[in-house]
Write a protein that binds this ligand. Structure first.
Ligand code: ZN
Ligand code: ZN
Length: 381
């Protein structure tokens, strides 16, 4: 299967800066983290994003990828005839160039990150469904989700209480090993992750019995969330330190709560403004009336003046949603919709005919079924 372009996966341009790449990665990894995103392909997506980031966030690997594409990340690339032929075939490299290339692939220079540096944990995302009214008035709730937390027995260092991790004897704490490899062009030095400490630079002689040395445990975590009044569909809220545990004593990542607001059968909402359509009879519109109108704050009496036309808008001040930023609330807008009466009794018809006569209106009455019959005539032809 053809692999997708790493830049395309992260949605960045070929000239993206390191911070842009990091930002894109953080955003996507939050979105597709398998703990949060339960879609069937989330796991595969997450792996794809991580792989793209691992290459593009490393200056050397990125340079190699820009030059040779996916061949540059193939583990067979360079140490077997096949990998070589595939990657370089006819590429026109002149003698002496290969070692430079290997250097650039495996990071010959001083760019190695300290494996013991504290790193912040991953951010997580939680999707919260809200009823229409809950988004307007806010609510307090407790959410639960799975996350990687620091092991409480060893406080994250992975060693049995009373013991301590020691500097790795194989790599002397650097986390990497220099290995000589044979290639068709001779021996070259490459750098590999230390197999004893897995790149951490530390060796744990006596492992913590709770986390078996990883320093982290999966936990079901609960957080109290205060949903602010006035949130809208798609708004998100950051909860500091409620993401996953950091590494080497680094801080926890953050949790992003994303709100999904259900729609209402009665109302439409746009920001703090709420819209409602009020059906009334032409008699109420003609004579005027006082009508109870539902709002999210309860029922309100609305006076309709005599002679109100269909489509007229009335405004109920401050009966909308609270403004999330800024003071006060929006309004509720009431739009009048005239309903024409149907299935009139003969007495009602008589009164309307009198009304028409009184108004000097000449009406050529049509039976309700007239149109039905007409349709039938057309069908038969
Ligand atoms: Zn532990
Ligand atoms: Zn080591």
């Amino acid at each position: 299967m053809a692999k997708r372009d790493y830049y395309e996966i992260l949605g960045v341009s070929k000239s993206a800066t390191d911070p842009e790449i990091k930002k894109a990665y953080r955003k996507l990894s939050k979105q597709f983290h398998p703990d949060i995103n339960k879609a069937a392909d989330a796991d595969a997506k997450f792996k794809e994003i991580t792989e793209a980031y691992e290459v593009l966030s490393d200056g050397n690997k990125r340079a190699a990828y820009d030059q040779y594409g996916h061949a540059s990340t193939d583990p067979n690339f360079g140490n077997s005839g096949g990998g070589f032929g595939g990657g370089f075939g006819g590429g026109g490299f002149n003698g002496g160039g290969f070692e430079d290339i290997f250097e650039s692939f495996f990071g010959g220079g001083g760019r190695t990150a300290n494996p013991n540096a504290p790193r912040q944990g991953e951010d997580l995302q939680y999707r919260m469904d809200l009823e229409f009214e809950e988004a307007i008035f806010g609510k307090e709730t407790t959410i639960q989700y799975n996350r990687e937390a620091e092991c409480k027995t060893c406080h994250g260092d992975g060693a049995k209480p009373g013991s301590h991790p020691v500097t790795c004897s194989k790599c002397q704490g650097s986390g990497t090993l220099n290995v000589a490899r044979n290639t068709p062009l001779g021996r070259v030095m490459t750098r590999q992750t230390c197999d004893v400490c897995q790149g951490t630079g530390k060796e744990i002689k006596e492992k913590c019995p709770t986390c078996y040395g990883s320093g982290r445990i999966k936990e079901r975590h609960s957080v109290k969330v205060t949903v602010p009044a006035g949130v809208e569909d798609g708004n998100q809220m950051r909860l500091n330190g409620q993401g996953e545990a950091g590494k080497n004593g680094g801080p926890y990542g953050d949790l992003y709560v994303v709100f999904r607001v259900k729609s209402s059968d009665l109302f439409d909402r746009d920001g703090a403004e709420i819209y409602y359509e009020l059906p009334i009879s032409f008699i109420q519109a003609a004579l005027g009336d006082e009508i109870e109108v539902p709002t999210v704050h309860g029922k309100i009496k609305l006076k309709i003046p005599a002679g109100t036309q269909t489509g007229t808008n009335f405004r109920l001040k401050s009966k909308g949603a609270p403004r999330l930023r800024g003071a006060g609330s929006g309004d509720q807008h009431v739009k009048i919709k005239l309903i024409t009466p149907k299935d009139l009794s003969s007495e009602q018809k008589r009164i309307l005919r009198d009304y028409a006569k009184e108004s000097g209106i000449e009406v050529t009455e049509q039976d309700e079924s007239t149109f039905g019959k007409l349709k039938d005539v057309f069908k038969k032809r």
